[in-house]
Design a protein around this ligand. Structure first.
Ligand code: ZN
Length: 530
C-alpha cells in the first residue's frame, strides 16, 4: 500500500515534510519521493501521514478478551493503533490462581469486557488473546491492585509478611512473562490500604526489571478523603505527588504519573506548585513523566468520592445512620474545600434498574426527580448499584490548565477511557486524539509536530515500544492519515459523537479505517512484550 504524496509528520517532533510512505509486509518499507507503481495506493494530497496514535493510559485490556471487536470501533475512528493498558492497579491478570477473591477482580470497573477471567497468568491471558485475535496492539501493565486483591480482598489492612512476599511474586512473574511494568491505583480499593513501605518494595521490584511504574495517585484534589483531614495542611494532591516523587527518588524507578488532573475549582490554584514539583524532580534526575486527557471531565467510579474509613466499612456503612451522618458532614466540608460537588457529578451508568433511566443526568437533577436530597441520592445510587455506579466528573481541568499541561515536555497524551455498556458515554472514548489535534490547531498552544509526537513518538519512547511510534523505515506499519485542517472531536448529548478528519488507519499494515469507515479486523493487532 502506497500512501501517496502527503505531509509526513514522523512522530519525532521534527518538522513535517512532503512525501509518500510505502507499507509492505506489516512494516514501513520506504519513505520519500516514491514512484507510483501499479498496486494499491491512497492519494494523501493535503493530508497528514503520521504514526498511529498510542493511547498511553488505557483500560481496554478488559475488553480485548471479550470477543466483541466493536468495543474498539470508537478508538479506531480516532486513529488509535496501540493501547498501554492495565492502569490504575487494574489488570485482568496478575492474581493468585487459587484466590477466593476472583469475583472482586472480575467485577471491577471494566467488567463489561468478559464475565469470567478464566486464565491464571499473563502467559495464559496472552494465549486467549492470540486465539481471539486483537484488533489493536497492546502493551500490558500488571496491576498491583489485582495481585493484592487476590490475596487479601478488599480488607482494610496492611498485607501480612507472607502475603507481601506472595504479592511481589505475582508481580514478578507477570513482569518476567512480558508485562511492561506495574500500575498502582492508590485511590481505589485495595491500593488505598497500601502503605508507603509496601509501595517502595513494588517500585524496587519494577526497578530490578528495568520497567515502568505507573501510578493513579492517592489524591487529585486539594482535599481528599484518602488522607486524614488536617487544618491548614498541605493540599492533598500535592502531598500525593510528593509521596510518589519521593518514592521515585528513593528507588530510582521510572515513574509515570497517571492522568495528572486537578479535581475541583479550588484545586486549580495548586497547578503551579504541582508543575514545579515535577520540574524540580526532573532537574534532579528523576525519570518521571505524566499523562493527560483533553477534556474537562473524566470517568470514574462514584465510590472514589468516599473516604478511606467509609470504604473500609462497606457495604454496612451505607446503611449505618451514624456513618452516613459523619460522611454527610465530611462531604459538605470536602466539597466546599475542593470546589467540587453534586452539580459536577454526572451519572453515566447507574448500574441498577432503579436509576438507569437517569443515566446522563447530574446528581441535583436526579435528586429533584426522585424527591431526595443530593446526598441521599448519591448514597442510594451507590447502594442500589452495589457500589458499581459510574460517573463523569466535571471540572478536572479548565482550558488554561489543559493548554499549559499540553505544552509541558513531560506530558504525553492518553484517553483514560472505555466504552460504557449502556448509559451515557465518556466523550474521551470517542474523541481524545482528534480533540488534542483540533485544540493544537485552534489554540496554537503546541505545533502539529509536537501534538503528534506526544501521541506517538514520546509515548513509544516512554513505554519502550520497539520499532513503533515513528514513521521510519523498518518500523511497524501503524499509520494514520488525517486532515489537519478538519480534524476535531464531535460533540453530542450522549457523549458518543464521532470525530472528523481522521481518514485512514493501519495497524501492522492492516487497514482498520478505510475512508473514515471502521473495519474491525481480528488479528490485526498484537501483544507487545515489555
Ligand atoms: Zn486512574
Amino acid at each position: 500500500m502506497l500512501l501517496r504524496g502527503g505531509l509526513i509528520v514522523d512522530g519525532t517532533g521534527g518538522p513535517a515534510r512532503g512525501g509518500s510512505v510505502l507499507l509492505e509486509g506489516g512494516r514501513i518499507a520506504a519513505i520519500g519521493d516514491l514512484p507510483d507503481e501499479a498496486g494499491a495506493s491512497i492519494d494523501c494530497a493535503g493530508k497528514v501521514i503520521a504514526p498511529g496514535f498510542i493511547d498511553a493510559h488505557s483500560h481496554m485490556d478488559f475488553f480485548s478478551a471479550s470477543g466483541d471487536p466493536h468495543h474498539f470501533d470508537s478508538f479506531t475512528a480516532q486513529g488509535v493503533t496501540t493501547f498501554v493498558a492495565g492502569n490504575c492497579g487494574f489488570s485482568p491478570f496478575g492474581f493468585a490462581p487459587e484466590t477466593k477473591h476472583r469475583d472482586l477482580i472480575e467485577n471491577s470497573l471494566f467488567k463489561a469486557g468478559r464475565e469470567h477471567l478464566d486464565w491464571n497468568s499473563f502467559a495464559e491471558y496472552r494465549e486467549v488473546l492470540d486465539e481471539i485475535g486483537l484488533t489493536h496492539n497492546f502493551l500490558h501493565l500488571v496491576g498491583h491492585g489485582a495481585a493484592r486483591t487476590s490475596l487479601s480482598g478488599f480488607e482494610a489492612r496492611p498485607l501480612t509478611e507472607g502475603e507481601h512476599a506472595q504479592m511481589l511474586g505475582l508481580l514478578d512473574s507477570a513482569l518476567s512473562e512480558g508485562a511492561a511494568g506495574v500500575s498502582l491505583g492508590l485511590q481505589y480499593k485495595p491500593g488505598v490500604f497500601a502503605k508507603l513501605d509496601e509501595l517502595d518494595e513494588v517500585a524496587r521490584l519494577v526497578k530490578r526489571h528495568d520497567k515502568i511504574l505507573t501510578v493513579h495517585a492517592k489524591a487529585y484534589s486539594s482535599f481528599s478523603g484518602t488522607y486524614p483531614m488536617v487544618p491548614f495542611g498541605r493540599a492533598h494532591n500535592l502531598k500525593a505527588i510528593d509521596e510518589m516523587l519521593g518514592l521515585a527518588r528513593r528507588t530510582r524507578v521510572r515513574l509515570q504519573f497517571s492522568h495528572l488532573i486537578f479535581v475541583g475549582t479550588r484545586t486549580w490554584k495548586t497547578v503551579d506548585e504541582a508543575v514545579d514539583l515535577f520540574d524540580r524532580a526532573i532537574a534532579d534526575g528523576v525519570d518521571v513523566c505524566f499523562d493527560m486527557f483533553p477534556y474537562r471531565c473524566g470517568a470514574t467510579l462514584l465510590n472514589t468520592l468516599l473516604p478511606e474509613w467509609f470504604m473500609a466499612r462497606m457495604p454496612g456503612a451505607l446503611r449505618s445512620p451514624l456513618a452516613r451522618a459523619r460522611l454527610r458532614v465530611e462531604a459538605d466540608v470536602g466539597f466546599h474545600l475542593v470546589g467540587f460537588g453534586y452539580p459536577q457529578m454526572q451519572i453515566t451508568n447507574a448500574c441498577c434498574e432503579e436509576y438507569d433511566e437517569h443515566n446522563g443526568r447530574f446528581i441535583p437533577d436526579i435528586a429533584k426527580r426522585v424527591g431526595k436530597s443530593n446526598f441521599d441520592t448519591m448514597l442510594d445510587i451507590l447502594d442500589k448499584s452495589s457500589v458499581e455506579a459510574r460517573g463523569l466528573f466535571h471540572e478536572y481541568y479548565n482550558d488554561e490548565i489543559i493548554d499549559r499541561l499540553m505544552q509541558h515536555p513531560a506530558a504525553i497524551f492518553a484517553s483514560d477511557s472505555w466504552p460504557e455498556p449502556g448509559g451515557h458515554q465518556n466523550p474521551a472514548a470517542y474523541g481524545t486524539f482528534p480533540r488534542f489535534l483540533g485544540r493544537a490547531r485552534e489554540r496554537g498552544n503546541i505545533s502539529l509536530e509536537e501534538a503528534v509526537c506526544k501521541m506517538t513518538g514520546s509515548a513509544a519512547a516512554r513505554f519502550r515500544l520497539s520499532k513503533r511510534g515513528l514513521i521510519k523505515e523498518g518500523y511497524a506499519a501503524d499509520v494514520v492519515v488525517f486532515d489537519w485542517d478538519a480534524v476535531k472531536d464531535g460533540t453530542n448529548k450522549t457523549g458518543d459523537a464521532a470525530p472528523s478528519g481522521v481518514e485512514e488507519v493501519f495497524v501492522n499494515g492492516e487497514r482498520i479505517l478505510e475512508a473514515g469507515a471502521v473495519r474491525a479486523i481480528r488479528g490485526a493487532g498484537e501483544v507487545l512484550l515489555g
